[in-house]
Write a protein that binds this ligand. Structure first.
Ligand code: Z5A
Length: 212
């Protein structure tokens, strides 16, 4: 589809509170881009399939206890263990739609009271997303969607703090989407932005690193 030798796939991240609709929208975007003829995969963090991911999963299910700093570093390690595959995929032309990334890492840990700069440090050098789609929803509305399971963090008071932490992380790659709209309307808003981003990367936009 493109002759530029720096052509690559786009790194697109979905962020937002629990229940904001990230999982629903990432599968919709996946089928949309596939339908447009693009090579695309959907990823998520934490990736619970690795050894580190299993430790994270057991922590989230309250089956193990860990110091706040230690779990923060595990979430980060879980991204580092996927970094080289991520770069290979992008350079080979595959677009990645990623459900949660470093912003979740920083937002959740700093909501617990950890220093934000300390939280960002282990993320430095990971690939920077070309686009961050922030699915914006008031914590109360997200809680009404139901399905809050028994996992750690799935509590209204904590989600309010996470929403505040996210506010500190916006940069030029962010696009804020009203996630209270019906699913189809959210999807329509995402499609246009995502397609723009995919085309820019196809034209050879260079990859950059967090945090810049
Ligand atoms: N965490 C961390 O601390 N540090 C890190 O570095 C990372 C993560 C990466 C596990 O994440 C926890 O790990 C998470 C952050 C922390 N804790 N919390 N909270 P996870 O990815 O495994 O789980 P999650 O992202 O929090 O939850 P989720 O279930 O994946 O939610 P979602 O993907 O945003 O929502 P959804 O499943 O698409 O939709 C939720 C429901 O709402 C569902 O019934 C939908 O049909 C409905 N829905 C969706 N969109 C709409 C609209 N537009 N209108 C009405 N209803 C809708």
């Amino acid at each position: 589809k493109n002759h530029n030798r720096n052509s690559r796939g786009a790194l697109i991240v979905l962020e937002g509170l629990d229940r904001s609709g990230k999982t629903s929208q990432s599968s919709k975007l996946l089928s949309y881009l596939e339908g447009q003829g693009y090579s695309v995969e959907s990823w998520r963090f934490p990736d619970r399939n690795t050894g580190v991911g299993q430790m994270i999963s057991s922590y989230l299910a309250n089956k193990s206890q860990l110091d706040d700093h230690a779990i923060h570093l595990l979430f980060s390690a879980n991204r580092w263990e996927k970094r080289s595959l991520m770069e290979t995929k992008l350079r080979s032309g595959t677009t990645l739609i990623v459900d949660r990334y470093s912003y979740s890492g920083v937002a959740f840990s700093s909501a617990k009271g950890l220093n934000i700069e300390w939280c960002k440090a282990p993320e430095m050098g990971l690939l920077a997303p070309d686009l961050v789609l922030y699915l914006d929803i008031p914590p109360e509305k997200a809680a009404e969607r139901g399905g809050y399971g028994g996992e750690r963090y799935e509590q209204l008071e904590f989600q309010k703090k996470v929403a505040q932490s996210y506010q500190l992380l916006h940069d030029a790659s962010w696009k804020i989407i009203d996630a209270c709209l019906p699913i189809e309307d959210v999807e329509m808003q995402l499609r246009e932005t995502v397609l723009d981003c995919v085309m820019t990367c196809q034209e050879g936009k260079s990859l950059s690193l967090l945090w810049s």
